[in-house]
Design a protein around this ligand. Sequence first.
Ligand code: PMP
Length: 452
Amino acid sequence: MTQQRSTAEWQALGREHLLAPFSDYKQLGAKGARIVTKASGVYLWDSEGHKILDGMAGLWCVNVGYGRRELADAAHRQMLELPYYNLFFQTAHPPAIELAAAIAEIAPPGMQHVFFTGSGSEANDTVLRLVRHYWAIKGMPSKKVIIGRINGYHGSTVAGASLGGMAAMHAQGDLPIPGIEHIAQPYWYGESGAMDPHAFGEWAANELEKKILEVGEDNVAAFIAEPIQGAGGVIIPPDSYWPRVRQILAKYAILFVADEVICGFGRTGEWFGSQYYGLEPDLMPIAKGLTSGYIPMGGVIVRDHVAQTLAEGGEFYHGYTYSGHPVAAAVALENIRILREEKIVERVKQETAPYLQKRWQELSDHPLVGEARGLGMLGALELVRDKKTRARFEGGIGMRCREHCFRNGLIMRAVGDTMIVSPPLVITPEQIDELVSLARKCLDATAAELRG
Ligand code: PMP
């Protein structure tokens, strides 16, 4: 147990010693972090005793909800049995092998192998090294370029941030690294101009073909994309996008990487977002929902032909101390057991996602909401000054809205002026009602602040 301190004491101690991720240290130091102390189900409690509905499932990861004793027990048992061993140099252990087999059972057909990592970022570093290695084994070492998308997110390591298309991240430290190209994103609400969704989806997909031809098929290793962009603002492509991308991928010899770090493990109502859209990726980076965030773990699921090629390539000089960590693997196995036995993914598809989407749409009548969109257990609200022109508020209002959410007991994330949710998959219809009415209350409070 950590020591009991007051909120102010924790904030001061954090200010003195803790460098938090994605934070403006001066601003955070002045304001003080909100200290979260415990959680159960879909709720968090802060150090002041406030109960907060976690509309983001942590960082899109706590799929089975907080407080599942079975996951703690699995970790405890495994720590006593074998707390650590590695998979390097011709050793293995039961939890990693069992987990790889369990993932192969739920993965799309023909994707029977997994490389384990410690996180989603490490999964995408693995992707970068693996696809280049793959083409070298095939005798085509010039195929090195990976095409990603502007405003895509693939992690925060050098490769992850380079594959991603976040301008602010690229601006710090000369990213992306060479050999990575970015194309437009299928963000209809934000970037379509006068195009209707169908035409815009096809246009955005055609950007892939344009880029392949520009770089030269002989130089392109892979295309990487999230089925639905998460961190970019829950960007759900128009219906025409993925079918057209599939046609393009069928024409060229390049690998397709579907980053399932957010969409994987049930978020869309299917086990993987690729299945929702009928995609057939060659590689699927995973993390987050793999362990429901209870312990760090990621991986890359690979299609059989990729695994077969790797088997012909001699040693793959790549891996992490914690690849397939036995305690993480034991927790992931138990998490997958819970998801399967409690039919959580099926319930999302049949009951709770349709209900969330129905209720979420009701928010589109709010004066601040230019668009309410969602899919599965994902939702987004575009906050605008003018619904007709989609003009935004000067200076932005997303962070102000987020403050009202915190104050009213709801966590919604702000991506610029797009408010997003991604609740635990176990959220009940009653809790969805609560989420939607809290969201409306926070929108009202934001509108009142703007008037005042
Ligand atoms: N890919 C996607 C699609 C993600 O959303 C994230 C994390 N938000 C990552 C990769 C990186 O994962 P991690 O933070 O575990 O390194």
